[in-house]
Design a protein around this ligand. Structure first.
Ligand code: UDP
Ligand code: MG
Length: 309
């Protein structure tokens, strides 16, 4: 069975990479006689990515492009690509060729064997700073706990069967975390490992701030543990206040009042900070509910190019 493979490629400010990515991935798939389409999603780039993309689509009928009205983030770009895909299976791969295109052949072969979700797992994380590696380790430990899947070497490099794609597309969640959702949906799953390559050109789009925001938002979309933490803290403080209160009353009965204005100030400051942090956490979840309930679209498509659907 030689089903059509749709390759979804999110691209944000990747003007140097569009043509290379299109020709490299195209050549690999043509070499293995796999019918394919390449769907580039230009995530509101501010450079010449879109122009390059239209050029590539004119030269190669396998290439299609979608242009967002502004930057909506990689997750939105993946979802838009999956929505455009017409293939019997869809793969998601980075535009910077850090995910080796040759692995697509391995994934496709597994799909032909009947697997429905084929996950790419990173053998190594490539070149990163020590702080980044450490933060990533923490993030993956937390998110693995939150989702109940081992996410430590998960990546967005995946191949999904049409069934899995349709399930993902029909999820109404606005704040989808593709990497974890693809495990969450189940199906007949397997994985292939790959080595993260050096970025071929351009630079990583992630600032530390963006990564922290990404981590917090993804953990909270899979877990309410932070709210349970508040309950835990409350119980702990109650226990503490019973003990302290007991001591205070006992001392009062013995005729010596608990001395120390300092103690009062310390307890005041401590408990009010805990209360404020707790309100913040609850507020964050409420904000997320508000976001979901507004039901705004995940992305806005400004333009498309290539073979129209
Ligand atoms: N990307 C995107 N929208 C964004 C940020 C990134 O579509 O807001 C794309 C980017 O063009 C690339 C992929 O997501 O194809 C991975 O991004 P990057 O290489 O910057 O991340 P890293 O590999 O450093 O995790
Ligand atoms: Mg990259």
């Amino acid at each position: 069975m030689h089903g059509l493979l749709s390759v979804v490629i999110p691209a944000y400010n990747e003007e140097q990479m569009i043509e290379t990515a299109a020709s490299t991935i195209g050549a690999v798939l043509r070499g293995a006689d796999i019918p394919h389409e390449l769907i580039f999603v230009d995530d509101g780039s501010t450079d010449r990515t879109w122009r390059r993309l239209c050029g590539a689509a004119q030269r190669d009928t396998c290439v299609r492009g979608v242009h967002f009205s502004r930057n909506f983030g990689k997750e939105a770009a993946i979802m838009a690509g999956l929505a455009q895909a017409r293939g019997d299976c869809c793969a998601v791969i980075d535009c910077d060729l850090q995910h080796p295109p040759e692995t697509l052949l391995e994934m496709y072969a597994l799909w032909q064997q009947g697997y429905e979700v084929i996950e790419g797992r990173k053998n190594s994380r490539g070149e990163e700073s020590a702080a980044h590696t450490w933060a990533a380790k923490w993030f993956y430990a937390l998110i693995s706990r939150a989702t109940g899947f081992d996410m430590s070497s998960a990546s967005d490099f995946k191949l999904l069967d049409r069934k899995a794609v349709d399930v993902l597309r029909n999820m109404r969640e606005r704040n989808a975390f593709f990497r974890a959702l693809s495990s969450w949906i189940g199906f007949k799953t397997t994985s292939v490992s790959f080595d993260v390559r050096e970025r071929a050109a351009g630079q990583s789009k992630w600032s530390t701030r963006a990564l922290v925001k990404y981590a917090v938002s993804n953990i909270s979309s899979f877990s309410t543990a932070p709210m349970q933490l508040i309950t835990g803290l409350g119980v702990l403080m109650l226990a503490l206040s019973v003990v302290l209160g007991g001591i205070a009353v006992a001392q009062k009965c013995m005729g010596q009042a608990l001395e120390g204005f300092t103690t009062v100030i310390l307890i005041q400051l401590f408990s009010s900070s805990i209360i404020m942090i707790s309100l913040g956490i609850i507020g964050y979840y409420i904000a997320r509910i508000y976001d979901e309930i507004k039901g705004r679209p995940r992305y806005i498509i400004a333009d498309t190019c290539g073979d129209e659907p």
